[in-house]
Design a protein around this ligand. Structure first.
Ligand code: SF4
Length: 316
């Protein structure tokens, strides 16, 4: 990895006292574990749009497709003040090389989904996105964006981290003025990671990469990036991971003794049946890759898509 991984984050999640009541919503995983590996671009829509701290609590009212941001106590409509800031901020963010974004859930400004929408009688009538969260996901549909609450689910967290690191590697490739050879190498190194997420799109990306010399550079990059990030947006699954583990095992199967083959096969089955995390068969596969000098596999990002210190891949 050549550059810092920059991700946007809702300010209150870092422990900054920016909530309407002067409090915060510090998130342990973000501030202690993730913070060691990424640079944050810190955003508080309500503060930056000029509402101050403390401020009166706001809610979203009306149609989830175009909700109004209203002060709960007074009924004052603050939609325009917020949307003016949102448009400016989104443009500013589009010029940064963001690799992802973590939003505060449930907020009428930051929330990505399931934010309560009220009707004129003050009852919850629907749900949707906060004004900033919704604008962010519409403008950057392929950017890894998650809410802190969802990141407490280990599988969602791992998926998010895989995507932000992959996005950084793609940006590094662009920065290094990618030659056709480098592009082929990038694609090759991501083969099994892509297979674990979206095998159909891996095939599509393979066909595209084979035409890298025929296509205009900008067209190629745009199409490849869209497909690459779209492919990784699909969650991996136990079934897809088992398929990848079996492919990897195939590279040194002939060199293993019958006992070693049986042990590896059993560990893959235990992973398939939810008895051990993927880390268990993968650690043995990595051992054989090193032992039998399977150079091609050593370069696969599937083996280490993110730093081990992030403590991922340790769930069934
Ligand atoms: S949820 Fe968003 S708007 Fe509200 S305090 Fe946190 S960062 Fe600010």
């Amino acid at each position: 990895m050549n550059s810092d991984i920059t991700i946007g984050v809702s300010s209150c999640l870092l422990g900054n006292p920016v909530r309407y009541d002067g409090g915060h919503k510090r998130d342990d995983y973000i501030t202690t574990t993730l913070a060691k590996h990424v640079e944050f671009v810190v955003v508080c829509p309500e503060c930056e749009a000029g509402f101050g701290v403390p401020r009166k609590a706001m809610r979203l009212y009306g149609d989830p497709a175009s909700p109004r941001l209203v002060i709960r106590e007074t009924g004052e409509d603050k939609t325009e003040q917020m949307t003016t800031w949102v448009h400016k901020k989104i443009e500013e963010l589009s010029k940064m090389q963001l690799c992802g974004f973590i939003l505060k859930s449930k907020s009428p400004s930051c929330g990505m989904e399931r934010v309560k929408m009220y009707n004129t009688k003050g009852a919850v009538a629907a749900s949707g996105s906060g004004l900033f969260g919704g604008a962010l996901t519409s403008r950057f549909p392929l950017l890894p964006i998650e809410e802190e609450g969802r990141l407490h689910d280990e599988a969602i967290r791992e998926h998010f981290v895989v995507r932000i690191f992959a996005h950084r590697r793609w940006l590094d490739l662009l920065k290094a003025k990618a030659t056709p050879a480098r592009i082929v190498e990038f694609h090759t190194q991501h083969k099994y990671l892509l297979m674990a997420h979206n095998p159909a799109m891996l095939r599509e990306l393979g066909k595209l990469t084979a035409r890298v010399k025929e296509l205009k550079t900008n067209d190629f990059f745009r199409t490849y990036e869209n497909l690459f990030m779209e492919a990784l947006k699909t969650r991996s699954s136990v079934k897809k991971n088992v398929n990848v583990l079996q492919h990897l095992s195939g590279y040194f199967k002939k060199q293993l003794t019958p006992d070693e083959r049986e042990e590896l096969g059993s560990l893959i089955e235990e992973y398939r049946n939810g008895l051990v995390p993927i880390l268990v068969p993968l650690t043995l596969i990595k051992h054989y890759i090193r032992k039998y000098h399977a150079e091609y596999l050593l370069r696969q990002y599937y083996l280490s898509p993110h730093p081990a210190e992030l403590l991922l891949r340790n769930h069934p």
